[in-house]
Design a binder for this molecule. Structure first.
Ligand code: FES
Length: 102
């Protein structure tokens, strides 16, 4: 695992999914209160961009066909077929966001 600085905390608005690149990996950052979650941007259904999706609480809906993911676990919660996207460990350091990708 390699930790990569991907953004300043101030660049990620609460409730606004934000696309960043961690090396070659597209990662969506989702800030809920003071916690930041990081998950893969590519929907497990047909590859829709989750960073363009709508956030509702801790659930992020894919903009293409509405599959919903829990941003804390990456698990698809609707339609709930056991699909998932990867999640990545996040570290906050001096208001900078670091994400660990392999
Ligand atoms: S590509 Fe995401 S729901 Fe279909």
């Amino acid at each position: 695992m390699t930790a990569i600085r991907v953004a300043a905390l101030a660049d990620v608005a609460v409730g606004q999914p934000t696309l960043v690149e961690a090396g070659a990996t597209r990662v969506v950052l989702v800030r809920i209160d003071d916690r930041v979650h990081a998950l893969g941007d590519v929907c497990a259904h047909k590859g829709g961009p989750l960073s363009a999706g709508k956030l509702s609480g801790a659930r992020l809906a894919c903009p293409w066909h509405g599959w919903m993911y829990d941003v804390r676990t990456g698990q698809c919660v609707f339609p709930g077929r056991g699909a998932a996207v990867p999640t990545y460990p996040v570290r906050l350091e001096n208001d900078e966001i670091w994400v660990e990708v392999s």
